[in-house]
Design a binder for this molecule. Sequence first.
Ligand SMILES: Nc1ncnc2c1ncn2[C@@H]1O[C@H](COP(=O)(O)OP(=O)(O)OP(=O)(O)O)[C@@H](O)[C@H]1O
Length: 259
Amino acid sequence: MGNSLLVTDNITMQFGGLRAVSDLALQIAPRQIVGLIGPNGAGKTTAFNMITGVYKPTLGKISFDGKDITGLKPNQITELGIARTFQNIRLFSSMSVLENVLLSKHVRLKANPLEAILGLPRYSKARKRHYEECMELLDQVQLADLADEKATSLPYGKQRRLEIARALATQPQVILLDEPAAGMNPQESLELMEFIAKIREQFGLTVLMIEHHMEVVMGICEHIVVLDHGVTIAQGTPTEIQNNQQVIEAYLGAVDEIA
Ligand SMILES: Nc1ncnc2c1ncn2[C@@H]1O[C@H](COP(=O)(O)OP(=O)(O)OP(=O)(O)O)[C@@H](O)[C@H]1O
């Protein structure tokens, strides 16, 4: 636990009579890629919602970089360095690719409102720097040539990449990806895996991802956590998970589905 960047210390989320997540204990090391899997309704998104401050856990504690972040607001958690993407792409449809990234980057714009209203030089300078940083980010994720295109006119795979770029614009240490390969064909999934591996290196990121595509999870995650009805039924390496009888029975159904 000493070397962990993100720790959930037995977090539980109770919705009325439903215990959506029970005693989830994650210990994620810096730069690790961890997969959170399980059947529909297992509690994966609820876990993300607790980590990102959408819900306060009913029980348990969340620490990030040694600090207790339990119960902080989503914007405070983003500012501390945890970003996320969503299951359904949430881009601003009327805005360009660049504008979508600029909007996320705003979290890091250090200027007081008066400077902004008056358009004082310090604010203009900060805005210019932000513009340059966003263009550089788009270049790093190979979307720079599409900067002025309408975000929603991009092919699906690139919209997903833009979503990740928006999360990266907040300069996170940890990124939570909610089903990044949803709706992708095998070729797009492969490219996504390469992309995630690349940004982990480039940005020194720690990644926690929910994913149903087993080839993506098994191909990229170093550690996998399996939830079923809110309960953690297994944790381990891809090989350990693939060979875990309880996982096979509860979730995967048949061994050849994950081969
Ligand atoms: N705000 C809420 N109020 C009440 N119940 C909720 C709420 N959010 C989630 N749930 C319930 O908690 C359980 C876990 O849901 P959750 O969305 O976390 O599962 P999941 O593993 O992400 O599923 P999926 O793979 O389908 O996205 C479900 O039974 C869901 O209906």
